[in-house]
Design a protein around this ligand. Structure first.
Ligand code: PLP
Length: 411
C-alpha cells in the first residue's frame, strides 16, 4: 500500500538500514539478541556526544555545562557524560557516589535537593563537593558538621526566585516552593553565613524544566542574573559560582518543535560582559538533564499478543508503565498524549495500521500508544518508544505488578 512514514515520527537522529532502526551502529534486532531479553532501554553513545557538541557550538565560550544526573543516572551514561561536560549535579547521596566514581573534580559536582540528612551532608562535605543549600536549617547543619569533621564545607545558596519560568512543563521556582530559600530571605541568610565556617561559592537558581520556548528561558536567565547580582551585595565573599539552571526541553508530542538554542546562546553572549563586570570571579553554569540525554535513548519491548477488540487493534507487549511511566502519560502530564512510537524492525512501512500499544499490567493506565498509526506489526516484532533517554527507567514504578525489570545498555 502506501510507503509514507507514520505521521507522528520523531525528530530522531537514529539511522535506519534495511527497514530496521540502528542503535550505535547495530541493527535493533541484533542488539535485542545481544541484550538477551526485552524490554530494554538503549542509549546511543555517539548521539550523546553529538548533542553536547551541538550545545557547545551554540553557547558562548566560558559557560560551563553541568549534567543533572537525575534525568539518567545509569553509571555508564554518567561516566560518558562526565567526559563531555564540565560538571555533574546530583540530588541524592546515591547519585553523589556515582558522580564521584567519574573523573569529575569534586569542586565541579554540586548537590541539590531539599531535606538533606546529616549523614548526606557529612559525605558531601568530606567529598569536597558544593552543597546547594535549600534552607537556613541546612546551612546551620552544614556548618556544625563541617566544624566537627574539620573540613570547610563549600556551599551555594539555592534561591527560590521571585519570578517563574513561563510556559514550563514543570515549574520549580517562584511562588511558594519546597525548593531553595525565598529570594527575599536570602540577604539575612547571607549575613548569618558570614559568621559561620562555610566556604561561600555562590548561587543556584533553578526555575523549571521541559521548556520549548527560547524566549521564556532567556527571560528567566536574564532575571536570574539580575537577582544574583542584587543578592551578591550581601554575600560573605565573592560570587565564584553562578548556576542559572536549565530547563531546556525536548519535543515529545505532535506539533512540538525543538527548542531554538542558537537564540539562547546569542542572548547569553550579550549578557556575559555585564556578568563579568558585576561578578568578576563568577563561573557561569547551566545545568541540563533531559536535553542532553532524552533524545539519545529508546525503550524497546516485544509484541507478545495481537488482539482485536470491537474493531480496535491492540498490540500487547512485554513492556509497560512499570518501566516507562512517562510514556504512559502518568509522569506529570495533564492530558495524555502519545510519545513517538514505531515498529523498530519495520521502519519503512509498506502497510500502515492504527493500533494501541499496551503493556502486560492489569490496569488500563498501561497504555504506551493510543490509536496511533504505525507499520502493521505482529507477535515477535519490536516496539520502539523514542525520546526515552531521560526520566525512563528510574522514574518508573518498577515493582508495580512484580514483572521483571527492564535491562539498560549504552551502545
Ligand atoms: C531536575 C533538575 C534538573 C534537570 O532538569 P531537566 O529538565 O532534566 O533538564 C536540573 N537541576 C535541578 C536542580 C533539578 O531539580
Amino acid at each position: 500500500m502506501t510507503t509514507t512514514k507514520p505521521v507522528h515520527f520523531p525528530p530522531s537522529a537514529f539511522q535506519i538500514k534495511n527497514d530496521c532502526l540502528e542503535v550505535g551502529g547495530l541493527p535493533l534486532t541484533r542488539l535485542a539478541c545481544r541484550v538477551g531479553k526485552t524490554p530494554f532501554f538503549a542509549y546511543d553513545r555517539a548521539l550523546l556526544t553529538a548533542r553536547v557538541r551541538h550545545l557547545r557550538e551554540n553557547l558562548p565560550d566560558g559557560i560551563h555545562v553541568h549534567y543533572a544526573m537525575k534525568a539518567n543516572p545509569m553509571p555508564a551514561v554518567v561516566q560518558h557524560m562526565a567526559t563531555l561536560v564540565d560538571g555533574l549535579d546530583v540530588a541524592s547521596s546515591g547519585e553523589m557516589q556515582v558522580a564521584l566514581d567519574t573523573m569529575t573534580p569534586a569542586e565541579n559536582i554540586s548537590f541539590a535537593g531539599p531535606g538533606k540528612t546529616d549523614s548526606e551532608l557529612a559525605s558531601a562535605i568530606a567529598a569536597g563537593i558544593v552543597i546547594n543549600l535549600e534552607s537556613e536549617r541546612e546551612m546551620e547543619s552544614a556548618a556544625r558538621i563541617g566544624l566537627s569533621l574539620g573540613y570547610r564545607p563549600k556551599v551555594a545558596v539555592r534561591v527560590n526566585p521571585d519570578f517563574e519560568l513561563k510556559s514550563s512543563g514543570m515549574k520549580m521556582g517562584g511562588g511558594p516552593k519546597q525548593f531553595g530559600v525565598d529570594a527575599e530571605r536570602v540577604p539575612a541568610m547571607l549575613k548569618r553565613m558570614a559568621q559561620l565556617p562555610l566556604d561561600f561559592m555562590g548561587f543556584h537558581i533553578f526555575s523549571g524544566s521541559q521548556n520549548l520556548k527560547a524566549e521564556s528561558i532567556i527571560e528567566a536567565q536574564e532575571k536570574s542574573v539580575e537577582l544574583a547580582i542584587r543578592l551578591a551585595q550581601d554575600a560573605p565573599g565573592a560570587v565564584r559560582l553562578l548556576n542559572i539552571g536549565g530547563g531546556f526541553g525536548i519535543p515529545y508530542f505532535p506539533g512540538e518543535a525543538p527548542l531554538d538554542i542558537s537564540l539562547i546562546g546569542e542572548r547569553l553572549a550579550d549578557q556575559l560582559p555585564r556578568i563579568k563586570k558585576a561578578l568578576p570571579e563568577a563561573q557561569l553554569v547551566i545545568e541540563l538533564g533531559r536535553y542532553l540525554t532524552g533524545e539519545a535513548g529508546i525503550y524497546v519491548c516485544r509484541i507478545v499478543d495481537r488482539k482485536i477488540s470491537r474493531g480496535q487493534v491492540f498490540l500487547v507487549t512485554d513492556g509497560g508503565l512499570h518501566h516507562h511511566l512517562a510514556a504512559s502519560g502518568n509522569f506529570g502530564q495533564v492530558i495524555r498524549k502519545n510519545y513517538p512510537v514505531a515498529i523498530g524492525n519495520r521502519m519503512n512501512a509498506d502497510e500502515l495500521e492504527t493500533v494501541s500499544v499496551v503493556g502486560p499490567l492489569c490496569t488500563p493506565l498501561d497504555l504506551l500508544a493510543d490509536r496511533m498509526e504505525m507499520s502493521k506489526a505482529d507477535v515477535g516484532d519490536l516496539v520502539v518508544i523514542f525520546q526515552s533517554g531521560a526520566y525512563g527507567k528510574t522514574a518508573s514504578p518498577a515493582a508495580f505488578l512484580s514483572h521483571p525489570a527492564a535491562a539498560e545498555v549504552l551502545v
